[in-house]
Design a protein around this ligand. Structure first.
Ligand code: IMP
Ligand code: MG
Length: 167
């Protein structure tokens, strides 16, 4: 669906856009990668930034082993340290129903960050159940389950350098 070359071009552009938006903040940007799928994207995005950034992780689980959301989102690991007064960018692999990002946003807002935005490599609007604002989007994709570049099916295929529709 999306070649590794297209992904790296897009990620570099997102890095430039994000660096511009946060050019004048006075503390390092806090990148929060959502485990596990967003780690590959976050690692490339981090290296496309021209501003200081810290890296944190949050773990949310909603999918189990299949290709349909169970509808429940659990936060299984939280960032270390306080986010109060910090500029926080959540980094997600794909926004599908919107439940994961919505749950994490609600939890993070309570921590009083100076700003809170979302960067998602993929946006699949066809299955959206909750309206969420995505501030930086890599690609809008059709209604197909995808794997590769960090995205898995039952824990597999994360190592693929491009993004593929699962057949
Ligand atoms: P949402 O909560 O329904 O928006 O689902 C988002 C989460 O489900 C993402 O963090 C992914 O881990 C997972 N997910 C959704 N769609 C796909 C897909 O097509 N491939 C792999 N993982 C997916
Ligand atoms: Mg995920």
């Amino acid at each position: 669906m999306i070649s590794s070359e297209r992904i790296s071009r897009r990620v570099r552009q997102l890095g430039r856009d994000i660096s511009e938006v946060y050019a004048n903040i006075d503390t390092p940007l806090v990148i929060v990668a959502i485990l596990k799928g967003a780690t590959v994207f976050a690692a490339d995005l981090l290296r496309s930034l021209s501003i200081p950034a810290e890296l944190e992780f949050v773990r949310a689980a909603s999918y189990g082993g299949g290709t349909n959301s169970s509808g429940r989102v659990k936060i299984a690991h939280m960032v270390e340290g306080a986010l109060e007064g910090r500029h926080v960018l959540l980094v997600e692999d794909i926004v599908d129903s919107g439940r994961t990002i919505d749950t994490i946003l609600k939890r993070f807002r309570r921590m009083k960050p100076a700003s809170l935005r979302v960067a998602a490599l993929l946006d699949r609007p066809a299955r959206r159940e909750i309206t969420v604002q995505i501030d930086f989007t890599g690609f809008v994709i059709p209604d197909r389950f995808v794997i590769g570049y960090g995205l898995d099916y039952a824990g597999l295929y994360r190592e693929l350098p491009g993004i593929y529709a699962l057949s």
